[in-house]
Design a protein around this ligand. Structure first.
Ligand code: PMP
Length: 401
């Protein structure tokens, strides 16, 4: 039988990312390409003990259906956790437990966006978010990033356009892919623009807890005394992503619609995972755990930054202060696709920055390097490969001039 693919597929071309992902299962490949947390960060013993304890104490409570918003006792634990350092869930907010923050992005789009509507997005930004927005037929209006976060002038121009965006998507902390953090002044600026133009902010914050240098910056949500911000945070990077647990704090009316949408999607978030998570929040010293994970990422990031400075002085980058990614710009003389391909031939995977742009073919000299998953040895070997490839490509380009 011949399958006729949908129009959605017609614009999609095999990309270098697909080529990389195909090779990911090869153990000889060093990967700076993924976005996974380090497996050694998972509190596996605590998870096993909490799961066994709860199943023995309350099997029905672990295994039965539950309410869509989240198990009430779990919501209470999550609220306390979310608000332990700043107010992210206010009295007027609804709190919703979701199947990863990916589901928050999906439900918010489903509830707010009609086909053909515009969504303003930081550019570059998380490809998984762009794909979710596109799956609802949204048009993406990219807003360029500056050193201290999104360009406010460009954001205002997009907000003021005749086709006002349905919301603005941003990742203010240790952005994926650039690793950048939005300054406090810009956060206030984004909020002021959101209020002025009546455009909600979808604040995606999976990395904010993973700070290993510098001082924390308040979330946009905590600055908002109204209901302009839809806030998403995840347990994926601080406990484990396999749990698929995240939370959303937002306007109650919008949350009501998201609950209805969630009923049609997965009824509720996995109760087992919710209960185990709440037990971990109750029994573990979460701040100590997060400090330990962040410190490990800090060591890996510092090693990667030091080795890149020593071996690849042609690269331009800022040392990350948190999160999982380092964004490095290649010299103009090097073509990024060629660099990525040559690295792959030497068994190193890196992602070309253009993959994170609205137009995936946009000219971009950046590459995204993940430092959370590779071992220190892999970081050494991978940076050696980058140095060799750069030397070769720069040599070639000099010869061909
Ligand atoms: N937002 C961003 C910026 C991400 O990088 C990711 C995944 N790495 C997600 C959301 C989705 O994470 P999860 O669904 O596991 O919470």
């Amino acid at each position: 039988m011949e399958y006729t693919l949908s129009r959605n597929m017609s614009g999609m071309k095999p990309s270098i990312i697909r080529e990389i992902l195909k090779q990911m299962s090869d153990p000889s490949l060093i990967s700076f390409a993924g976005g996974n947390p380090a497996p050694e960060s998972f509190p596996e013993k605590e998870i096993a003990a909490a799961s066994a304890r709860l199943l023995a104490q309350d099997p029905a409570g672990m295994l039965q259906y539950s309410v869509t918003e989240g198990v009430p006792a779990v919501l209470e634990q999550v609220r306390r956790f979310a608000n332990r350092h700043e107010l992210r869930v206010r009295g007027q907010d609804a709190l919703l437990l979701c199947t990863g923050s990916q589901q928050v992005l999906d439900l918010a789009t489903k509830c707010l966006c009609n086909e053909g509507d515009t969504i303003a997005v930081e550019e570059p930004a998380f490809l998984g978010a762009y794909n979710t927005f596109r799956s609802y037929g949204a048009k993406l209006a990219g807003v360029p990033m500056e050193e201290d976060g999104v360009s406010l002038a460009a954001l205002e121009a997009v907000f003021a356009a005749p086709e006002k965006p349905r919301f603005f998507y941003c990742i203010p902390n240790f952005q994926n892919p650039t690793g950048k953090t939005m300054s406090l002044a810009k956060r206030r600026g984004v909020l002021a623009l959101a209020r002025k133009y009546g455009v909600p902010v979808l604040e995606d914050d999976p990395y904010g807890e993973l700070r290993f240098a510098g001082a924390p910056v308040p979330s946009i949500k905590s600055l908002d005394e109204g209901n302009s911000v839809i806030y998403a945070a995840s347990f994926s990077k601080i406990l484990c992503p396999g749990m698929r647990l995240a939370f959303c704090a937002c306007d109650k009316k919008l949350a009501g619609s998201m609950v209805v949408a969630k009923q049609g999607s997965d009824v509720h978030t996995n109760v087992w995972a919710q209960r185990v998570c709440a037990e971990l929040l109750r029994t573990m010293d979460m701040d100590a755990h997060i400090r330990a994970v962040s410190a490990m990422y800090g060591r890996k990031a510092a090693l990667m930054a030091r080795l890149l400075r020593e071996k690849c002085p042609q690269l331009t980058f800022e040392a990350p202060q948190g999160g999982m990614f380092l964004w490095a710009e290649l010299p103009q003389a090097v073509r990024v696709p060629e660099f990525v391909q040559a690295c792959l031939e030497h068994r190193l995977a890196v992602i070309p920055g253009s993959a994170f742009y609205v137009d995936g073919e946009a000219p971009c000299q950046g590459v995204r390097l993940n430092f959370s998953t590779p071992s220190e040895e892999a970081i050494r070997r991978g940076t050696d490969i980058m140095a060799q490839v750069l030397k070769r490509l720069l040599g070639q380009s000099v010869c061909s001039v």
